[in-house]
Design a protein around this ligand. Sequence first.
Ligand code: TYC
Length: 109
Amino acid sequence: MQDGEGGSDTPGRSTSVITRTKPKTKKPSLYRVLLLNDDYTPMEFVIHILERFFQKDREAATRVMLHVHNHGVGECGVFTYEVAETKVTQVMDFSRQHQHPLQCVMEKK
Ligand code: TYC
């Protein structure tokens, strides 16, 4: 038997198995979560947001807040799509509850 299929009593079409050469896993796309500056949200509130939702210590939170204050926009973290979306929603909801106009957005890396 040359084609590796069947016995001497199985003539006809040959089949073959395609083996996977690439691993099946794909890296998920990553998204930056950004804070935008405004003239009204208190600096202390922004620091609290960064500590509460982005696990920053006080020093890192202050650094990010000042970067946003001075440059208009700054990165809070990089996450997969659903995590980034959740962070944006949490920040926007929390800011609205406290009547601050803080804006939080996500963008694909
Ligand atoms: N610019 C604000 C102020 O002077 C502080 C601020 C920082 C607001 C970062 C938003 O994402 C922000 N009170």
